[in-house]
Design a binder for this molecule. Structure first.
Ligand SMILES: NC(=O)c1ccc[n+]([C@@H]2O[C@H](COP(=O)([O-])OP(=O)(O)OC[C@H]3O[C@@H](n4cnc5c(N)ncnc54)[C@H](OP(=O)(O)O)[C@@H]3O)[C@@H](O)[C@H]2O)c1
Length: 213
């Protein structure tokens, strides 16, 4: 554990950090591009918002409810949209000047992920790595080809041990240097693991949930 990293921050980054660092590499984010992050206040989403912002992209953070959207803004999102409200994809289109986001990080899946795919800019990149909604986004490969959208699945973030170690080390050192920060929304003692799962399922947690041993 590098100096300067707390006992909760380090474990909060172990898994999310390496995935978060791998995804922008994969999607080749360019400065000034528009990046849409779904589940922007989840453990992974909060890191993606920060990394996309640091890469010089313009970030739209999408989540449910004001407190989560406020956090996305605080972490670097240029605009935020609430995907529990109707018309949210029109808002995304409007914010991105009518073109839609060049890159989409879909950490939600289901109908929200599918709707995000529909507004992805022509020649964009779409990562369908999340399914807290219970299913991954349905993406028609023919439609993706027609729009020139490159689609990436969760298999792309199953890392070989050398990459996993490299990116985990990098996430820890980047956080110790103050360039990314995990946000720990709630902690529970191990004996209350069931309550932790219930809170996550109820979407009550803003940021990461940790069990304390
Ligand atoms: N963390 C990783 O390293 C990693 C690696 C590969 C894949 N993934 C996948 O990426 C997704 C996001 O990861 P994460 O670490 O950010 O997860 P997380 O911390 O558990 O957050 C999940 C987010 O999903 C949103 N959500 C939408 N519909 C939901 C539902 N029905 N039930 C619960 N939450 C719902 C919630 O935000 P709102 O309430 O704002 O919608 C919540 O903030 C997960 O599906 C995960 O499996 C993660």
């Amino acid at each position: 554990m590098p100096d300067g990293l707390g006992m909760c921050e380090a474990p909060a980054l172990l898994h999310d950090g390496r995935t978060a660092l791998r995804l922008p590499e994969l999607m080749r984010i360019q400065p000034e591009e528009w990046v849409l992050v779904l589940a922007a206040a989840g453990g992974l989403g909060i890191l993606l918002v920060q990394l996309a912002h640091a890469a010089g992209a313009r970030v739209v953070g999408a989540a449910r409810g004001k407190p989560k959207l406020d956090l996305a803004r605080e972490l670097g999102a240029d605009a935020v949209v609430d995907y529990s409200e109707s018309g949210w994809t029109e808002q995304v289109r409007e914010v991105t000047g009518g073109k839609g986001p060049d890159v989409v990080f879909d950490g939600v899946g289901g109908h929200i992920g599918s709707a995000a795919f529909e507004v992805t800019a022509p020649d964009g990149r779409f990562s369908a790595h999340g399914a807290p909604s219970n299913e991954v986004a349905k993406v028609d490969p023919d439609e993706a080809r027609r729009h020139g959208v490159a689609v990436f699945g969760i298999e792309q973030v199953q890392l070989a041990r050398t990459d996993a170690n490299r990116l985990t080390g990098l996430a820890l050192s980047e956080s110790a240097a103050g360039r990314i920060r995990p946000v720990i929304g709630r902690t529970f003692p191990l004996e209350r693991a069931a309550d932790a799962h219930a809170a996550m399922e109820a979407r009550e947690v803003i940021g990461k949930t940790l069990l304390l041993i």
